[in-house]
Design a protein around this ligand. Structure first.
Ligand code: IVH
Length: 709
C-alpha cells in the first residue's frame, strides 16, 4: 500500500483511508498521553492540530470509516491513576481552532447562519487571551469550595482539591454566590516563577520543565499537596459549569460577576460588535504577547449573549459559540536584553543574545546564538546581507523562530521599537575571560582569543573536549566534573596531564577526594581506576583529544594511520615548517590539506601548548596504530573511485575496506584515477572514466581483485 501519511485526502482509497485513520488514532492517542498524563509533549501543538484536522477531514470524506475511538470525539486524555476520579456534572469541553482571519470570518458566518441573522445584524463577541495552562473546574456549594477537578477526558477528571486549596488566586469561600457554582478557568505559571522554579530544580538536581505549561501541570498534579504549595501557581477564571442560578445574561457580565466574587479574570477581555475590531484586538494581544509575563497561545472569541450561546449549543466536543484563534506557532517577539560573549575551546568568541524569556513552539527560549560579529552587523558569512542589513542592538525587539527541534534563531527585527539612543554593538577585541587580544584573521568570520592555555575559558573547554566521547571518554569525569576540578584549589586539573597525576597528588593531601562532599571511598577509587584504564590509549584518540583546531576525529584516524607512532607523528609535526619535506608530506596526506597542517604545526610550535602536550605524552602509553595491511595488496597506493549502487556492501564499507588495503578513495574521476568500480546506475563518472581510459570494473570484479585480503 502507498505511504498513506503522504497522500492527498481527495486521493485516498477506502482501504488507505482506514489505514490512515488508524495511524492518526495511534499518533493522537500517544500525543494525548504524553501531553496530558505525562506532562511531556512529544509533538508540537501545530503538528497535533494538523493531525487532528487531517483526521476530521478524512472522516468528513468517509463518514462510515469513523472509528469508535476517534480523536474528533475526545478531549484530552483519561485521568492518570493516583488521584480520585470525579465525574463532571457538566462536561468540560475543548475549543475549535481558527488559524487565520478568514477562519474567524467563517466562524461568524456559521453562527449567523445558524441563528438566522443577516450579515448586518448586531452580534457581539468577547475576545480574551487563550491562557496556555491547564483547565480546572472548582465547585462551590453554599459559597464553600467542595472540590477541584482537572479536565481529564472531559467527562471524568482528577480530584486535585487538596492541591487547588494551595493556590492563592482560588478563593476558598465566596460571598453572595449561587448555591451551586462551578467556576472554570486556567491554572498557569508566570514566566518569572517558571524561571525561578527551574533554577531551584537545577540546584537540587531535580528535573527541569520544558515550559510553564508543563511546570503548572506537573505542579498541580502532585500527589503531595505540600509540593504544590511550594509551586507558585495562578488561576484565571473564564467560564463556568454547573450553576443553580445564572451569573449574568452576557459572557462579559458573567466574567465581571466572577471577578466580583474574588476571582482573577483576564484584563484583556473585551467585547466587540465589529469583526474588524475583534481581529484588531487579536493582533494587539499578539503584539503584547511577549510582555504579558505568562504564556498564551491565541485569543478566544465567545458569543456574548448567553441566550444565543444556549441556542447555538455544542458539537460533540466543542461549543458552536466559541472558537480559539491560535497564534502562528513557533515564532514570537521578545526583547534582546544583552549580548554575552562565550569563549570556546579554540578561542572563538561566540556572541549569545540574552532574551526576555518567551515560549516558542512549546519551549522557553532565553538565549539564542548570534554566530559572530558580522551576523550582529547584518551580514551573513559570505558577506551578503541578512535582515535587510539591519544590525542588532541591545534593547531591540526581535522575532525568535524555532521549527521543530531546530535551534532557535532570530528571524526579524522591529526597528520601530528600537529604544532611543541604542548604539550599534561594538564587538570586543579583547577576550572577556583573560583579557588577551582577540583577533580576526583574514578570511575568518570568527574573532579568537590569543590567550591559548592561559585563558581559563579555553582551558576548560579544551579539557571538556579531552574527556569527551571519541577522545579519552573517562567514566565519572564529564564536563561537570572537569569544570569542578578546574576551579579546585587543592586538587586542580588545569591541563590534560593533571588528570593522570590526580591520584598521586590526592594521596599527598589532607583533604582527600574521598572525604569531600559528594564523594566517597568508592567513587574516588572508581574515578582513579577509570583514569588508569585510559593511560594506555591508541594514537588516533590522543591526536583527536588534543583539541587542535581543524583536527577532528577523522583527521585523528588519518594522521595516526599515516605516522603510526606518537614518536613519528610528533617529530614530523615539530619539523614541518612550510617549505620543508615534512610539510610536503603532511599536506599530501589525503584528507589533511594546508589549513589543518598549519593548525597542527602552530599548536606544536606554541611554547605553552607544546609543554602541555609533552607533559601529557609522558603520562601516557600511546599505542601505535597499525598501518594498513598493504603487503601484497593489489590496490595499495592506487586512487579508486566508487560509483553507481553497490549490492554486496555499503559505500562506507567499500571505502573503509579500500583504505585499509592502502588505496586512496576519491569522490571524482580525474587523470589521477587508477580504477573505477562501477555498480548499476553508474552515469557520468563511468563515461568520464571511459573517455580518460581509466580501468573500470564492477563490484564482483572489485571483490575478485581484493580477494580475501
Ligand atoms: S473557554 C466551552 N477561555 O483552552 C469552552 N478556554 O483549547 C470552555 N483555555 O479547555 C473554554 N484560555 O483549557 C476558554 N480564555 C479561555 C481560555 C480557555 C485557555 C483553554 C481551556 C480549554 C482549552 C481549549
Amino acid at each position: 500500500m502507498r505511504e498513506t501519511s503522504l497522500l492527498d485526502i481527495a486521493e485516498l482509497t477506502e482501504t488507505e483511508a482506514t489505514a490512515e485513520l488508524a495511524r492518526l488514532a495511534a499518533l493522537l492517542a500517544r500525543a494525548n498521553v504524553a501531553y496530558h498524563t505525562d506532562d511531556a509533549p512529544e509533538i508540537s501543538d501545530a503538528d497535533y492540530d494538523a493531525a487532528k484536522r487531517r483526521n476530521a477531514a478524512i472522516e468528513a470524506r468517509f463518514p462510515a470509516l469513523k472509528r469508535a475511538d476517534s480523536a474528533s470525539d475526545q478531549v484530552g486524555a483519561a485521568p492518570a491513576d493516583g488521584f480520585g476520579k470525579i465525574t463532571h456534572e457538566v462536561r468540560m469541553l475543548s475549543l475549535g481552532n481558527a488559524f487565520s482571519d478568514e477562519d474567524v470570518a467563517e466562524f461568524d458566518t456559521r453562527i449567523r447562519n445558524f441563528l438566522g441573522l443577516s450579515a448586518e445584524a448586531d452580534l457581539a463577541y468577547t475576545a480574551e487571551p487563550k491562557i496556555d495552562g491547564l483547565s480546572l473546574s472548582i465547585r462551590y456549594e453554599d459559597g464553600r469550595l467542595v472540590h477541584a477537578v482537572t479536565r481529564g477526558d472531559g467527562t471524568v477528571g482528577e480530584n486535585v482539591t487538596e492541591n487547588a486549596l494551595t493556590i492563592k488566586d482560588i478563593p476558598k469561600v465566596l460571598q453572595d454566590a449561587p448555591a451551586v457554582l462551578e467556576v472554570r478557568g486556567e491554572v498557569y505559571m508566570s514566566h518569572e516563577d517558571f524561571a525561578a522554579l527551574n533554577a531551584r530544580q537545577a540546584e537540587r538536581g531535580g528535573k527541569s520543565f520544558a515550559n510553564p505549561r508543563n511546570a503548572a501541570a506537573g505542579s498541580l498534579r502532585q500527589l503531595d499537596s505540600k509540593i504544590t504549595a511550594s509551586r507558585p501557581l495562578r488561576f484565571f477564571a473564564y467560564a463556568w459549569g454547573a450553576l443553580s442560578a445564572p451569573l449574568a445574561d452576557t459572557q462579559m457580565g458573567a466574567v465581571q460577576r466572577l471577578e466580583a466574587l474574588g476571582f482573577q479574570t483576564n484584563p484583556l477581555t473585551k467585547r466587540f460588535t465589529d469583526l474588524a475590531d475583534l481581529l484588531a484586538h487579536y493582533h494587539d494581544i499578539e503584539t503584547a504577547r511577549a510582555t504579558l509575563g505568562y504564556d498564551i497561545d491565541g485569543v478566544v472569541y465567545k458569543v456574548d449573549a448567553l441566550d444565543l450561546q444556549a441556542r447555538l449549543g455544542f458539537r460533540s466536543t466543542t461549543p458552536r459559540w466559541a472558537i480559539a484563534h491560535k497564534f502562528p506557532a513557533e515564532k514570537a517577539w521578545t526583547r534582546l536584553e544583552a549580548i554575552d560573549i562565550q569563549v570556546g575551546r579554540t578561542g572563538a568568541l561566540s556572541p549569545v543574545a540574552r532574551l526576555t524569556p518567551v515560549t516558542v513552539g512549546g519551549v522557553v527560549v532565553s538565549n539564542v546564538t548570534l554566530h559572530n560579529e558580522d551576523y550582529i552587523a547584518g551580514r551573513d558569512n559570505t558577506g551578503g546581507v541578512i535582515r535587510d542589513g539591519k544590525d542588532l542592538r541591545i534593547g531591540d525587539w526581535v522575532e525568535v523562530y524555532r521549527a521543530g527541534d531546530v535551534i532557535p534563531k532570530i528571524s526579524d527585527l522591529d526597528l520601530t521599537k528600537r529604544p532611543e539612543g541604542a548604539a550599534p554593538y561594538v564587538f570586543p577585541n579583547t577576550c572577556p575571560e583573560c583579557d588577551s587580544a582577540a583577533i580576526r584573521e583574514e578570511g575568518d568570520a570568527v574573532r579568537r582569543c590569543t590567550g591559548g592555555m592561559i585563558c581559563p575559558a579555553q582551558a576548560v573547554e579544551k579539557l571538556k573536549h579531552f574527556v569527551s566521547r571519541g577522545a579519552f571518554d573517562i567514566d565519572g569525569l564529564g564536563a561537570k566534573q572537569v569544570e569542578m576540578f578546574y576551579h579546585d584549589e587543592v586538587l586542580p586539573i588545569r591541563e590534560p596531564a593533571d588528570i593522570f597525576t590526580l591520584k598521586s597528588r590526592d594521596a599527598g593531601q589532607l583533604a582527600r577526594l574521598k572525604n569531600r562532599d559528594g564523594w566517597g571511598d568508592k567513587s574516588a577509587e572508581n574515578l582513579f581506576q577509570a583514569i588508569e584504564e585510559r593511560r594506555v590509549i591508541p594514537l588516533n584518540k590522543v591526536i583527536f583529544a588534543l583539541g587542535i583546531r581543524h583536527v577532528g576525529e577523522v583527521a585523528g584516524n588519518i594522521l595516526a594511520r599515516h605516522y603510526g607512532t606518537w614518536q613519528a607523528f610528533e617529530t614530523a609535526v615539530t619539523d614541518a615548517a612550510p617549505g620543508t619535506a615534512q610539510w610536503e608530506e603532511l599536506v599530501s596526506i589525503d584528507g589533511v590539506g594546508a589549513v589543518m597542517a598549519g593548525s597542527l604545526v602552530a599548536a606544536f610550535a606554541q611554547d605553552r601548548e607544546r609543554a602541555s602536550i609533552d607533559r601529557l605524552a609522558r603520562e601516557l602509553d600511546i599505542q601505535p596504530v597499525e598501518a594498513p595491511k598493504t603487503d601484497g595488496s593489489p590496490v595499495a597506493g592506487k586512487v579508486v573511485v566508487f560509483t553507481g549502487s553497490l549490492e554486496k556492501m555499503t559505500r562506507a564499507e567499500a571505502k573503509a575496506r579500500a583504505e585499509a588495503l592502502g588505496a586512496k578513495v576519491s569522490g571524482s574521476v580525474s587523470g589521477k584515477t587508477d580504477l573505477l568500480v562501477a555498480g548499476p546506475g553508474a552515469g557520468s563518472k563511468a563515461k568520464k572514466a571511459a573517455d580518460l581510459g581509466v580501468e573500470t570494473i564492477d563490484e564482483d570484479g572489485w571483490l575478485d581483485l581484493i580477494g580475501d585480503l
